[in-house]
Write a protein of this length. Structure first.
Ligand code: C5P
Length: 406
């Protein structure tokens, strides 16, 4: 962990004892830890234990920071590279979601400008309670990474989800977060007055892979570059972006929530779960057909090549267009090699999209960095100059912002 500094907030639950192991693991991995114990946390582990393991002073409440000027609560969270809450109790997460600051832990969490990882631990019913689920969703919306608790036998004797993830899993999540780019740093336009602030926009990107057997797939040449660039451009204008991505090897744009899927049917489900959205930009090259996959690898044999029997996939865009949760602005992409504009115009009508971006893929567009598009709306056709995919993305994001404003 290369000397990275973790501020560990230990909430009040029986799983607090595992925080001791987490401190040990972080230090073994080369990081340093400062611990803050909530009042509840101090009932389960002593400040002395954590101080010994972290070889650092442990802070227990807002008023014992001896010298506010030297080590104020802002300073405590500023000097950290990452804030980790483990265990994150139902009560602590409720306070975080509400923006409360009535003790040192919650004050630090409200004052921090660093990424926050929460590892929940609580009784199964408390975890499944609507209030907790609402708070978790709120925290995720606010940019907090909330881990999914483990399932198993609980200290109270019940069984189900709610156990603190193992310290090794929390360490993995810490290392991933420290390695990932800071979403807020990547989004200078994340201000409340950004053109798309407060909007949720759904983007699909990449190909889908339809399994033929456990090793083979039906695929296409979509690289996902245009869709990822659009997600990044919408995020830069302040939108909350959910990017449902088929199998591609592209980094996730900063601040974008990415959901990886493989097949068209998985993509349809992920799109449905991500609703509601103010706008949807369906850039993915979704496979039109799938096959009923064989359970084991199809062997080459004397009977000759297998016959693949194709079944139609759901049309995600067309289904969204008639859904009761249809986004206000629905945009499709149409990759065409001939009669680009004519086919795309027909597609706009047939699929019920507001706009179609007609994509001339007759050249090296698929997988390349440049694109050639025409924007087809109810008002007519705009021929855009050939340009890098990032420029097309920015222009489209600006048009989306203007349309949603209107
Ligand atoms: O493949 P096609 O040219 O019909 O794609 C046009 C638009 O429809 C694209 O926006 C694509 O993302 C969407 N589509 C979809 N589900 C499908 C096929 C296409 O959402 N099964």
């Amino acid at each position: 962990m290369n000397g990275k500094k973790i501020l560990l907030i230990v909430g009040g639950g029986i799983a607090a004892y595992k925080a001791c192991e987490l401190v040990r693991l972080i230090r073994k991995a080369g990081g340093s830890v400062r611990c803050v114990l909530t009042v509840g946390g101090a009932h389960f582990v002593t400040p002395m234990t954590l101080a010994a393991l972290s070889e650092s002073q442990v802070f227990t409440n807002l008023f014992d920071l001896k010298d506010e000027a030297e080590m104020g609560h802002i300073q405590l969270s500023r000097e950290a590279d990452l804030v980790v809450v483990a265990p994150a109790t139902a009560d602590l997460m409720a306070k975080m979601a509400a923006g409360m600051a009535d003790d040192l832990a919650t004050t630090l969490l409200l004052a921090t400008d660093k990424k926050v990882l929460a590892a929940p631990a609580m009784n199964v019913r408390m975890w499944l309670h609507e209030a907790t689920q609402r708070n978790v969703a709120r925290l995720r919306d606010d940019g907090v990474t909330v881990m999914t608790p483990d399932e198993g036998e609980m200290a109270c004797g019940e069984y189900g989800p709610g156990r603190l993830p193992e310290p090794e899993a929390i360490l993995d999540a810490i290392e991933r977060m420290l390695g990932a780019p800071d979403p807020l740093a990547d989004q200078p336009d994340f201000a409340p007055d950004a053109p798309l602030a407060g909007r949720h926009i759904l983007v699909t990107a990449g190909p889908t892979h339809e399994p033929i057997d456990p090793v083979r797939v039906l695929a296409n040449r979509s690289s996902g570059k245009q869709g990822f660039a659009i997600a990044a451009a919408l995020g830069a204008l302040g939108a909350r972006v959910t990017l449902v991505a088929g199998p591609v090897s592209l980094p996730t744009p900063g601040g974008v929530t990415r959901i990886d899927v493989e097949t068209a049917r998985e993509m349809a489900e992920a799109v449905d779960r991500a609703l509601p959205a103010d706008a949807a930009v369906m850039v993915a090259a979704v496979a039109d057909w799938r096959v009923e996959p064989a359970a084991s690898k199809i062997k080459k044999g004397p009977e000759g090549p297998p016959r693949l029997s194709l079944v139609e996939n759901p049309d995600i865009l067309a289904e969204l267009a008639v859904s009761s949760r249809r986004p206000r602005l629905l945009i499709g992409f149409a990759a065409e090699t001939d009669n680009v504009v004519g086919n795309a115009q027909a597609k706009r009508e047939r699929k019920g999209a507001d706009w179609i971006v007609a994509n001339d893929v007759s050249g090296d567009v698929m997988g390349g960095t440049n694109n050639r598009v025409h924007l087809i709306t109810a008002q007519g056709i705009e021929n855009w100059d050939p340009a890098p995919k990032a420029d097309i993305a920015r222009k489209l994001a600006e048009r989306i912002a203007a349309a949603l404003e209107g």
